[in-house]
Design a protein around this ligand. Structure first.
Ligand SMILES: [Zn+2]
Length: 293
């Protein structure tokens, strides 16, 4: 059906003070926004994610929702991004996608969604001789987007290269004051040996950057996927809470099951990446994959 305001030309005539002039039709803006959303990299399985359908059954989820809604309302006048922490299935990615869509639709922001592992793979792929792309072709839009979602931060196997690459993205977004929304199931522990900690996976420098540039928000809830879907019975939920290490209040139980690591690996982790801040410059200090000994 053609637009009743502009007959699909994208231009409409408006009258003000007896003078008529032509301006962009609302449908054109909507289409432009939808086009940008289609190119934002949001995976199909997240297309239903909106703030309105975020389930808030627990206090921590209500709190996370409030922060998300406030962020959208205040955007682009926001000092800090958001970092959603929690186990799988609590709705971190749902909220992050909902925020991205809302600021793109409501504020016309340019935004992108990346799974962190996928972004690293795209960067790594530019090192292959079969592509004309270089790292900056991949990273430029990531660094310059008005809003960026980096999903599942820290899930990839850590290495010096991974730490430097992510540290660089984080630093540039920080120094250019562009808000970023992260999701992660990493744990904040000061212990640099804790294999699921920010310290161990990302290094102390990126961890403290993340503190400076984001509100850290914990989400704790029943894992709908693990319990047996949204229609789980109270008995199922009780059983799950009792036995799952991912259940709220299960404390540090996951810790004892973590593998120990070799000291060589550890030395590589604790090295603080060189370069770094580069206040706004887009010079890329990272080496080629596989070239680091
Ligand atoms: Zn129209």
């Amino acid at each position: 059906m053609a637009c009743p305001l502009c007959d699909d030309t994208g231009w409409k005539t408006i009258e003000s003070d007896g003078v008529s002039r032509v301006t962009r039709c609302d449908c054109w803006r909507t289409r432009a926004n939808e086009h940008a959303l289609g190119a934002a990299g949001i995976q199909r399985r997240y297309t239903h994610c909106e703030l309105e359908n975020f389930e808030q059954h627990y206090d921590s989820l209500r709190n996370a929702y409030r922060k998300a809604a406030a962020f959208v309302e205040q955007f682009p006048v926001v000092d800090r991004g958001l970092l959603f922490m929690g186990a799988h299935g609590v709705g971190k990615t749902h909220l992050a996608v909902a925020i991205l869509k809302a600021v793109m639709r409501q504020k016309g922001a340019r935004g992108y969604f990346y799974e962190t592992g996928e972004l690293l793979k795209l960067v790594r792929d530019t090192y292959s001789s079969s592509t004309e792309l270089n790292e900056m072709d991949v990273l430029r839009p990531v660094m310059s987007a008005d809003i960026l979602v980096l999903d599942d931060l820290g899930v990839e196997k850590t290495s010096e290269w991974v730490q430097e690459t992510l540290g660089h993205v984080v630093n540039i977004r920080y120094s250019e004051r562009r808000p970023t929304v992260f999701t992660t199931n990493l744990i904040d522990s000061e212990d640099p040996l804790h294999p699921k900690s920010f310290m161990y996976r990302l290094g102390p420098r990126t961890r403290s950057r993340l503190f400076e540039m984001c509100d850290w928000i914990k989400l704790e809830a029943i894992d709908a996927r693990e319990v047996g879907g949204p229609d789980a019975t109270p008995e199922q939920i009780q059983r799950w809470e009792k036995h799952s290490p991912a259940a709220p209040r299960s404390g540090d139980r996951t810790r004892s099951s973590m593998p120990s690591k070799s000291s060589g690996q550890l030395r590589a982790q604790s090295r603080i990446p060189r370069g770094g801040d580069g206040a706004g410059e887009l010079k890329w200090p990272g080496g080629k994959a596989g070239s680091q000994g």
